[in-house]
Ligand binder design. Sequence first.
Ligand SMILES: [Zn+2]
Length: 117
Amino acid sequence: MTCKHCGASISEHDVKCPYCDSYIDHGTANNSYNNGAPMQNRQAFRVQGPDEPQPIFIVISLLIPLFGFIIGAVNISGGHPKSGRLYLILGAVSFFLLFCGTFMFPMMFMLPFFHMK
Ligand SMILES: [Zn+2]
């Protein structure tokens, strides 16, 4: 193959051109590090796909508030603030309803007994 930078004939296995000292582009997987936006790809964690709320996560957030908080936090930190906020809100609403269901409904059932006295 020939060096793209100086046109010299070089070995296929060379990492660097021995003539002009420039790195050889073999067109392999590590190509992405040289162009585009490698910093964004190398982020430790990133949620896949577009920033659209997923129905399965909405259901989970409503059923299990704790998971709503976790999924919300994960999405916000992973680059999906819009859907992350939605999961957090749904988790909060679900938590509120669960709280009401746990503490308010027994009280509502007990109220008539207090009035009977
Ligand atoms: Zn060269």
